[in-house]
Design a protein around this ligand. Sequence first.
Ligand code: DX5
Ligand code: ZN
Length: 213
Amino acid sequence: MLISPSVLNSNLGRLSEEISKVEGVADLIHLDVMDNHFVPNLTFGLPVVASVIAQTSLRADVHLMINDPDRWAPAYGEAGAYSVTFHIEAAKNPLTLCENIRSTGARAAAALKPETNLESLNGILEYLDMILIMTVEPGFGGQTFMSDMMPKVARARELGGAEIWIEVDGGVSHNTIMECKDAGANVFVAGSCVYSNPDPAQVVRELRAMVEK
Ligand code: DX5
Ligand code: ZN
């Protein structure tokens, strides 16, 4: 069970300070890269992610919401990301992309928007280390959790067996994390739930205690 706080809704002007608040408590740090094309929002790219990786002890869980991940994703692995997630909807040759990500030493992962079926992963499962099931429409933090994604999480767990990590992202909080765990998720991204609280580390501890019970 891994908790991966997303910095999207933290104070991005003080990014390293915000990340240090969950250092030693969180398992991963979730970094949302958006290009204003794949999603209607723009965050940061490789230079910022590489700088973050260089200064934190947390493993970087990079979520690329960008077009043409085939071209851009492997560089995040080369920069030291622990895990690189691309959107299956945007990938031209996902199998080769997974191989290219893995060859950097990073874990390769594919994300699915709410309307995307798991069948889109046919033929590449053995090249994946993680499947990210979006529980909101990607692009923004603070949206309402989609409980109707739980059957997809359960099916992803079935397909992935014990080998493939299943991550949920979007609207994960004290109120929704148990549904995700019960459906079979083992990696939990939590953004606004963690960073809207004056004590982000305490929220991470609470979420962990819930899923580890
Ligand atoms: C949304 C991002 C999420 C976001 C989650 O597109 O992928 O990682 O930061 O934020 P919350 O937890 O607030 O839904
Ligand atoms: Zn994300």
